[in-house]
Every structure is written in structure tokens, then in C-alpha cells.
Design a protein around this ligand. Sequence first.
Ligand code: 4NP
Length: 160
Amino acid sequence: MTKVLFVCLGNICRSPTAEGVFHDLVRRRGLDTDIRMDSAGTSGWHIDAPPDSRACAEAKRRGIDLSRQRSRKVDPADFERFDYILAMDESNLADLREICPAPLLGRIHLFTSFAPKGAPTDVPDPYYGGNDGFAQVFDLIAQCSEGLLTHIIADRQKHG
Ligand code: 4NP
């Protein structure tokens, strides 16, 4: 079993979208029983809230349901529980690195490190912008998700 955690600031826009997109991809590849995923926020500002309605609408438009997700804060135990911890931007990455036990730092990655060459470094925070920001974020997340799954499958084959 490989466990993946997506992390952003509020856990209501980017990381729930990443969880939904990645889950859809894993399910379509028939890997549902091998790869599990969750998402969390560094801030805890929106604990128990559903994803932002604009994130839900964009995902729904692409056939993905985010409505059952609820926001939670990153927990120190997450660094033990999850094999891959994906930060949506450099700020999330810095916040995660600060609270992660040193031996587990290798589990934390910038999500865009799995995107094709030329992609931006950050999945930009769409919260204060317009609806087109949510569409762009969705596209970038879809690209990162493909790259991440390819990496995980290769890693699982390498390590058995
Ligand atoms: P997220 O977006 O980190 O992608 O969930 C945000 C959601 C809420 C806030 C900032 C970013 N906020 O300031 O409340």
C-alpha cells in the first residue's frame, strides 16, 4: 500500500482538488486497492469545512466530486503515515519542513516537481482570484497527478 497526502494552506481549494483528481486517476488505472490518498492544510483555518464551492464546481465540470471531503489540519503523525507528502507551493513546503521529523524529510516533495518541464514551481493559490484561476489550477494539478502516478508505479516496481 502506498499512501499519498496532498497539502495546501486551507485544504479547501488546491489539496482537495488534488485528492479528487489523483483518486480519479488511480481508480481509472485499477489501482484503488494499492494507492490511498488524503489531503490536509497547514493552517487549520477551515477545519471541517467542505471544499470551496468554486473548486467543487470546476471539479464537477470535469466529472470529479469533491463534495464529501472535509478540511483538516496537517497532523505530526502524517509524516509517519504517508509515503509521499505533496506541497502545493513553496510556502506549504517550508511550513511542512519545519514540523517534519528530520529522518522523514525525504517524504516531502513539491507537487510541481512531477509536472512536465516548464511548469510553474507553485500551484498558485486561487482563493482570492476569479473562476479562471480554478480552471488553471485544475489543469496544472491534472498534469502533476499524471507525473506523480507514473513515478509511484515505477517506484513500486523497483521496490516490489
Ligand atoms: P487553499 O486556498 O490553500 O488552496 O485551500 C486557500 C483557502 C483559504 C485561504 C487561503 C488559501 N484563506 O486565507 O482563508
